[in-house]
Design a protein around this ligand. Structure first.
Ligand SMILES: [Zn+2]
Length: 133
């Protein structure tokens, strides 16, 4: 319908699209990469809008960030309870699975008299592809 095209895309729809994009990617994109991707669907979207929506999604607990250096804030769906591997060569970020972190959590809890609720472990090195080069 022609009339439908005149209805402006609302922020909530933009946010939904950003969330859906994150939901379907395993690359842990930066805000810039998310912006570039969203522009293909929403040519008039600005970086500021993408950034604001990411901020709102994060505050709602729907996404979280993986920060492994100041220049590298990456976004992902869900909360933080898994770990990451970062390739120092090609910058790829992968989710990694660790069998049991209870001991590690207990260690931190006991030593620092804190209650661990979530963790964010980052392993660094060379990914399988970069090792072949
Ligand atoms: Zn690599």
């Amino acid at each position: 319908m022609a009339a439908e095209k005149l209805v402006p895309i609302r922020n909530t729809n933009q946010r939904q699209l950003i969330f859906e994009y994150l939901e379907h990617t395993l690359t842990h994109p930066t805000a810039e990469q998310i912006f570039q991707n969203m522009r293909q669907e929403l040519p008039r979207i600005s970086f500021g809008t993408v950034y604001r929506n990411l901020d709102i999604l994060e505050k709602q607990g729907l996404i979280s960030t993986v920060i492994y250096s100041k220049e590298h804030v990456r976004y992902q769906v869900g909360s933080m309870n898994h770990s990451h591997f970062v390739c120092s060569n090609c910058d790829k970020v992968k989710n990694v699975v660790i069998d049991d972190l209870t001991d590690l959590n207990n260690q931190v809890s006991r030593r620092h008299k804190v209650m661990v609720q979530k963790y964010n472990l980052i392993f660094y090195g060379q990914c399988a592809n970069c090792q072949k080069m």
